[in-house]
Each structure stands twice: as C-alpha cells, then as structure tokens.
Ligand binder design. Structure first.
Ligand SMILES: Cc1cc2nc3c(=O)[nH]c(=O)nc-3n(C[C@H](O)[C@H](O)[C@H](O)COP(=O)(O)O)c2cc1C
Length: 206
C-alpha cells in the first residue's frame, strides 16, 4: 500500500523534454500544390469548440497554416501507433531544414502512402481527413502567434467547424463514448495507451 502522507524525496532536474503525456494528433494541412500534408503533433488542448496547437517553425505544417488558415486534427487511436511512427521521421518541407537533417528527418511528399493511411475529402476545409482516425476535426485558424526562442514555434488557435467520428466511439450524436475511445498517448517520447477507468467527474453526462 502506498503511503501518500510520506514526504517524497524530491530532486531538481533539467529534463530535455517536458512532454508529460498528451494525445497524438495527426495534423492535415494544405500544401501549395493543393495536396495534403500530414504530420504528428502532441501539443494540443481543447476548450469548448476551440483548440490550441503548437507547431514548430520550419515545418511544412507551420508554413501551410500561415498560407491556408485551416486544417484537420485527425486523432488516432492506439491501433494507429505504427502509422504515427512511420510519419515521425518525415517532413513535407523540401529542402529539409538543416537542424532536421542532422536529426535524420527526410523529405516525403507522399505521406499517406508512406504511412499506409487513407485520405478522404473533408466537408468544410480543403485538406483531406485520415479515414483510419476515429476522430477527425475540421478546423479554421482563428489566431496564430509566433512564440518561443530557439527553435521558435507557432501557437495556433483553431475553431472546430465539423467533427466526424467512427460509429464505434460515438455514444450518441452529442457525446463521444469515453469507454470505447482509446487515445494514443505520447509521454516523454514514448507511446502509451490509457489504463483502466478510475471514475467520472460530477459533470459527466454519459
Ligand atoms: C508523436 C509525435 C508528436 C509530435 N509533436 C509535435 C508537436 O506538438 N509540434 C510540432 O511542431 N512537432 C511535433 N512533432 C514533430 C513533427 O511531427 C515533425 O517536426 C514533422 O517533421 C513535421 O512534419 P512537416 O514538416 O511535414 O510539417 C511530433 C512528432 C511525433 C512523432
């Protein structure tokens, strides 16, 4: 039995990454030639119908968002972890930015084919959705701010304008089923799934 009253031994640390566990999203954005770029991100949060994402400058995704202020947040479930990792070393940027070259990234224009994912047309935005992702959120950019020092990134606030969901994760048209929904969690650069349900908040409706 854990003794929560015990004073934990604390140490000051300087972790190289602070990704403490957030769901993976595959971001669809529109390339200059009208094709769709897809890229995994984990920096996102949602409040109401607004979502905020963090996108590194120098990525094709950031460039695309600045020119075509719209996107799809495709949310993969745990079964798509290999497809996500197939996308991990790829960039739509050509040439590959120097820093990324050193890290082993390579340019790939055909990311759907490279990851085995299937494009489907969106309803509102021009970039395509990813059929295999159980949640697909079409969104319009409402605010974009450049932040950070080196490397800088864009803090992008988007508005969800159309949401598509696989029937298996739908409880009813107004609720996603939290039991069948299995997000892919990115924690300190490792992939995890959720553990067992612990309970529900007083405001839970389903
Ligand atoms: C699981 C995972 C999470 C990531 N999270 C982010 C993120 O939140 N923001 C970001 O800019 N890049 C993130 N990346 C890195 C981008 O996917 C990477 O920079 C990619 O090359 C971007 O592709 P693009 O240049 O075609 O846009 C993540 C990568 C992985 C594998």
């Amino acid at each position: 039995m854990l003794n929560y009253a015990a004073r934990p031994l604390m140490v000051e640390v300087q972790p190289k990454v602070l990704y403490y566990g957030t769901p993976v999203v595959i971001l669809s954005t529109l390339n200059p030639d009208g094709s769709t770029n897809i890229a995994p991100i984990s920096s996102s949060w949602a409040l109401g119908n607004r979502l905020v994402i963090g996108v590194g400058l120098g990525s094709q995704s950031a460039d695309n968002l600045m020119v075509h202020p719209e996107c799809v947040l495709n949310v993969p479930d745990v079964r798509l972890f290999r497809a996500v990792e197939a996308l991990a070393p790829l960039t739509g940027a050509d040439p590959v930015p120097e820093g990324k070259q050193a890290m082993g990234f390579r340019h790939e224009a055909q990311k759907f084919a490279a990851s085995g994912l299937t494009p489907v047309p969106s309803s509102v935005v021009r970039s395509q959705r990813i059929a295999e992702c159980p949640l697909q959120i079409e969104a319009l950019v409402r605010h974009l701010r450049i932040s950070g020092d080196s490397p800088a990134f864009a803090v992008v606030e988007v508005e969800a304008v159309r949401i598509h969901a696989h029937a298996a994760v739908v409880h009813d048209p107004q609720h996603i089923n939290p039991v069948t929904w299995r997000p892919l969690i990115y924690s300190f650069r490792h992939y995890f799934t959720l553990g067992e349900e612990l309970g529900r908040t007083f405001r839970a409706e389903v």
